[in-house]
Ligand binder design. Structure first.
Ligand SMILES: Nc1ncnc2c1ncn2[C@@H]1O[C@H](COP(=O)(O)OP(=O)(O)OP(=O)(O)O)[C@@H](O)[C@H]1O
Ligand SMILES: [Mg+2]
Length: 248
């Protein structure tokens, strides 16, 4: 089917096999600029593997991942980050011994500074970026707090902030609300909706209330393949989706 328009992310025929097992099998999907897309499906469907492939952690066996003009399957993880793709893993990788401020500060892109990380000067630009980001992630009052003392939900937000401060055009998050309280889930939905103003967000999540709150469109995976795609209402009422996933 010829595409009339250009998407931010074009994934086509993506396949990866681990010892002959195709965890992702001829999978195609397209993400628009400014869209929140949620990838759902049963355990083992291949959702995390798709994120691993996009961020370059896992190399595709075949297929294409085009992000604007860049073919990500040919790039290193580092090059993919520089191309504007940020990825949050399931377990937050924050620096527990540093403060919230310092965690955000060290994530700020260094640009062409000739100084190493340790001698980096706190100039106004960095402080501004840290404060703006802290406000976004509900941690403006906790800048001096040691990150290890934050709640589970606040640690998740901090890691989102550490990605946000790098200003990615595509932000990918794997089960961001797992282990969060109901009120933290609501705030995270609000946060992702704000984040998507000016960038695209790709989320893997099992919490259907949260998915309904944030998704522009939903893509359902099953056994490495696309099972269904469309609005939350559409996929929720798709008998195939009910059979393999939502009916349980
Ligand atoms: N590096 C690997 N080597 C071998 N098999 C793998 C590897 N990574 C993933 N798999 C397998 O690929 C399949 C898809 O795994 P994946 O983690 O992508 O599923 P998922 O949809 O994220 O599931 P969940 O909802 O449980 O997180 C699983 O059967 C898994 O065991
Ligand atoms: Mg997973």
């Amino acid at each position: 089917m010829p595409m009339a328009k250009d998407f931010l992310l074009n994934v086509e025929g993506l396949t990866v096999s681990f010892d002959g097992f195709k965890a992702v099998n001829d999978f195609s999907f397209y993400v628009d600029e400014g869209e929140i897309r949620v990838l759902i499906g049963p355990n083992g469907a291949g959702k995390t593997t798709v994120l691993d492939l996009i961020c370059g952690k896992t190399k595709a066996t075949s297929g294409s991942i085009r992000f604007r003009r860049d073919e990500l399957t040919k790039m290193s993880e580092h090059e993919i980050v520089n191309a504007g793709v940020g990825r949050k893993f399931q377990n937050p990788s924050i620096y527990e011994d540093l403060t919230v401020f310092e965690n955000l500060e060290i994530s700020f892109p260094r640009g062409h500074s000739v100084f190493g990380a340790l001698t980096f000067k706190r100039d106004a630009e960095v402080v501004d970026a840290v404060q703006q980001t802290a406000e976004m992630i509900f941690l403006a009052d906790s800048l001096d707090k040691t990150a290890g003392l934050l709640s589970h939900g606040q640690k998740q937000w901090l890691e989102i902030g550490m990605l946000l401060i790098q200003d990615p055009d595509l932000l990918m998050l794997d089960e961001p609300v797992a282990g969060m309280s109901v009120s933290e889930r609501k705030k995270t939905a609000e946060l992702l909706t704000r984040i998507a103003d000016g960038r695209s967000v790709l989320v893997v999540e099992h919490d259907m209330q949260f998915v309904a709150d944030i998704a522009d469109r939903v893509t359902v995976m099953h056994q490495g393949k696309m099972l269904s795609e469309g609005s939350m209402e559409k996929v929720q009422n798709d008998p195939k989706v009910i059979e393999v996933y939502l009916g349980h």
